[in-house]
Design a protein around this ligand. Structure first.
Ligand SMILES: [Zn+2]
Length: 244
């Protein structure tokens, strides 16, 4: 993979590569499995995702957010710029546990934004440009920096690689700040559907399963991002000591 010469292909390295591929795959597998299971389970209330979303919006006095039907499965999201919650076709139109959980979660984000002034959401939002820049720029700086160090024995290469790691930090920070934002939206979702009598006790537990599984993808992304950051710190330290 990335500049294998820096490590040699050791057993530890292969294990590492397997892990960073398997962790996100496993998370995705869990999410899809739980979603597929609970999109078959109809709720007693018979409310669709759209109706649940609108009921929670109304109960919280939010009148300026529209709920619309998206085109792609599992593309549910809240767009704060356009004041729109997009629900995927099945979530939007079917009265199932998965629909209730996912629709309520998205409205959880709306409540964070419009009612609660939830700070981590603001931080996450302000990190977006830096995280995008960092994600793109960091690898370029690290690769060029390390190549300069190895090929030409140039000390400036190490500095360049460290600047790359610094930029990478923003991308990692973004993934980490995403975690409380997602967990909080799910917590609010479960509170709302219970308080408004949209679900019974058993449905509440099932909704919780859907939302816990959904959160796994974010946890996996954060873990992988953090592992990559640590890996590059080690590679640079190693290259730096090889040069000396
Ligand atoms: Zn979310």
């Amino acid at each position: 993979m990335m500049i294998p010469g820096f490590y040699g292909i050791s057993g530890t390295y292969l294990l590492y590569l397997a892990l960073i591929m398997l962790i996100p795959l496993w998370a995705q597998f869990k999410v899809k499995g739980t979603y597929n299971r609970y999109k078959q389970v109809r709720t007693l209330s018979g409310l669709t995702g759209k109706e649940v979303a609108e009921a929670i919006l109304q109960a919280n006095g939010i009148t300026d957010v529209r709920v619309v039907r998206g085109e792609v499965e599992l593309s549910d999201h809240y767009n704060p710029k356009e004041n729109v919650v997009v629900l995927s076709p099945i979530v939007y139109s079917q009265p199932t546990v998965a629909s209730v959980a996912i629709a309520a979660h998205e409205i959880g984000h709306v409540i964070q934004d419009k009612v609660a002034d939830y700070k981590p959401m603001r931080w996450r939002h302000s990190l977006v440009p830096l995280a995008n820049l960092g994600g793109n720029l960091s690898m370029i700086l690290i690769i060029i920096g390390l190549s300069l160090t190895v090929a030409l024995k140039l000390g400036v290469g190490i500095t360049m690689a460290w600047i790359g790691v610094f930029f990478m930090l923003f991308a990692v920070l973004f993934q980490v700040v995403t975690l409380p934002v997602e967990f909080d939206a799910s917590k609010r979702a479960l509170e709302q559907v219970t308080e408004l009598g949209i679900v019974n006790d058993q449905e509440h537990r099932h909704c919780k399963k859907v939302l816990t599984a959904a959160a796994l993808t974010y946890v996996a992304a954060a873990v992988v991002a953090l592992m990559e950051l640590i890996r590059f710190v080690f590679i640079i330290l190693q290259s730096s000591s090889n040069r000396d």
